[in-house]
Design a protein around this ligand. Structure first.
Ligand SMILES: NC(=O)c1ccc[n+]([C@@H]2O[C@H](COP(=O)([O-])OP(=O)(O)OC[C@H]3O[C@@H](n4cnc5c(N)ncnc54)[C@H](OP(=O)(O)O)[C@@H]3O)[C@@H](O)[C@H]2O)c1
Length: 242
């Protein structure tokens, strides 16, 4: 067992989601983790030893106080929030004629703006003298270079924006937090509420349970170095082009 001083203090935003909840459970089971703050805007989060639930409103001025109350340091921050369809259940778009200002606003807010505001709020809590990780769940379809199918305009574009925000934050934190790692991660195709309507055609061995995806993502995170900061990686650690 590690000493309390070297054990990690972790925070998962979006802990009510399929992958977020699995990440919380996996982290709480680790010997090198002291506490997992499990944040959600409204949904239920896992309970158990080492798990401390909290509520957050990312677009609200209260976020700074909410995050400050978690206390310092935060060694690992995971942002597992995001959406593919709109709040009214519509989308994703199949063609340009289905693109709307409201749809773009909604997905950019949830997929790009929310994680950026979380990064801004947590930066004061990240240690400057040792490794710190800030990882967000992006999606392979947010890769501009990898886009051969088209469609899903707002989701793709909002994840591409998220990836650019991560890269930009990584450059800034390389100066202020030289051992920090900022990463955008693709979790694979995972059996959650988000992907449920779109799983037809996915080979069974390519549809991960949330637990399998969470284990793979934490394995990738454990191996990332400061030199990798700003990168975009799949669940198996393979880099994905921006
Ligand atoms: N599942 C997949 O196959 C797949 C593939 C590629 C990428 N991803 C990415 O992985 C991430 C997690 O997906 P998932 O499959 O676990 O989806 P999920 O089960 O639907 O969970 C999404 C989570 O995001 C939270 N959330 C959404 N908008 C939010 C906001 N504005 N503020 C705070 N929380 C917000 C939800 O909170 P509430 O409960 O409060 O609504 C929920 O906890 C997403 O970014 C998704 O794009 C998933």
């Amino acid at each position: 067992m590690e000493s309390e001083a070297t054990m990690m203090r972790c925070a998962v935003f979006g802990a009510s989601g399929g992958i977020g909840a699995a990440l919380v459970r996996r982290l709480a089971a680790r010997d090198d983790v002291a506490v997992v703050f499990a944040g959600s805007r409204r949904g239920a989060v896992p309970t158990g030893a080492k798990i401390t639930p909290f509520r957050f409103a990312a677009m609200d001025d209260s976020l700074a106080d909410t995050v400050a109350a978690l206390g310092t340091p935060l060694d690992l921050v995971l942002v597992a929030t995001g959406r593919l369809t709109r709040a009214d259940g519509s989308g994703p778009e199949k063609a340009l004629r289905q693109v709307s200002a409201a749809g773009l606003h909604e997905l950019f807010a949830d997929n790009a703006i929310v994680p950026a505001l979380i990064a801004r709020a947590v930066q004061q809590l990240l240690p400057r003298d040792r490794r710190a990780v800030f990882a967000v769940l992006s999606a392979r379809v947010g890769s501009i270079g990898d886009n051969r199918l088209g469609g899903w305009h707002a989701y793709r574009a909002s994840k591409a924006a998220l990836n650019m925000l991560c890269r930009t934050i990584a450059i800034e934190w390389a100066r202020s937090h030289p051992q920090a790692v900022v990463a955008a991660l693709h979790p694979g195709t995972v059996d959650t509420g988000l992907s449920a309507p779109f799983q037809r055609g996915v080979a069974p061995d390519r549809l991960f349970t949330p637990d399998v995806s969470a284990a793979a993502l934490l394995d990738v995170i454990d191996r990332l170095q400061p030199a990798d900061s700003g990168g975009f990686f799949a669940w198996d650690g393979a880099p994905i082009p921006y």
